[in-house]
Design a protein around this ligand. Structure first.
Ligand code: ITT
Length: 204
């Protein structure tokens, strides 16, 4: 076992499952058994929050850390909930309340005006390692349409309301495997993966 394995800097179970699926064969630790302080996500961009999460978790653990900051941008709502997606309906991570608030905000809006995208920024930090103060980041987006009622039981967050034209179903109907082919997180992982693997290789 490597003395400096990668740690996934997330407390979101759904993200953790997807990140593991997107990075097979790599020794990874989760925050399940590591005690780190909560990160205050006070930046106003996905990149800012992802970098902050990666840096603080890397600093607290002494390990290279990969963080995801992500959210849903709904065109009819001017890009909301955006970076506030996790707490759209208030503090805490109540997916049902967030989805109910989104449905209410879009009530009466016709299907062709319900376009949206998921956006993810992945950030790799290794504060006490060779990266020092530098952070490696990558973006991914995935286009879709917000339905007027939930469909499917898989996934997490807004997945039951997010219809992917590419898949012909919601992310919650698709589940982790098909979602991981084309999701925002999958695209961000594709964009960062080679740099991430090259970096981990230099650590031995
Ligand atoms: P960590 O910060 O611990 O990673 P979090 O859930 O607080 O967990 P974010 O601040 O990045 O993470 O908020 C992301 C929110 O955006 C998430 O809680 C969902 O509501 C939504 N979201 C992001 N990606 C999603 C996806 O793939 N499917 C459904 N909803 C998603």
């Amino acid at each position: 076992m490597s003395s400096r394995p990668l740690v996934f800097a997330t407390r979101n179970r759904g993200k953790l499952v997807e990140l593991r699926e997107l990075l097979p064969g790599i020794e990874v630790r989760s925050l399940d058994d590591i005690d780190v302080p909560d990160v205050i996500e006070d930046a106003d961009t996905f990149a800012g929050n992802a970098s902050k999460k990666a840096r603080e978790v890397s600093q607290a653990t002494g390990l290279p850390a990969l963080a995801d900051d992500s959210g849903l941008e709904v065109d009819a709502l001017g890009g909301a909930p955006g970076v506030y997606s996790a707490r759209y309906a208030g503090a805490g991570h109540d997916d049902a309340a967030n989805n109910a608030k989104l449905l209410a905000a879009l009530a009466g809006i016709p299907p062709d005006k319900r376009t949206a995208r998921f956006h993810s920024v992945l950030a790799l930090a290794d504060v006490t390692g060779p990266l020092g103060a530098n952070v490696i980041t990558a973006d991914g987006t995935c286009e879709g349409v917000i339905l007027d009622a939930p469909r499917g039981t898989g996934g997490f967050g807004y997945d039951p309301l997010f219809f992917s034209p590419e898949l012909g179903m919601t992310f919650a109907e698709a589940g982790v495997g098909p979602k991981s082919d084309l999701s925002h997180r999958a695209r961000a992982m594709r964009a960062i993966k080679q740099r991430l693997l090259d970096y981990l290789k230099t650590l031995g």
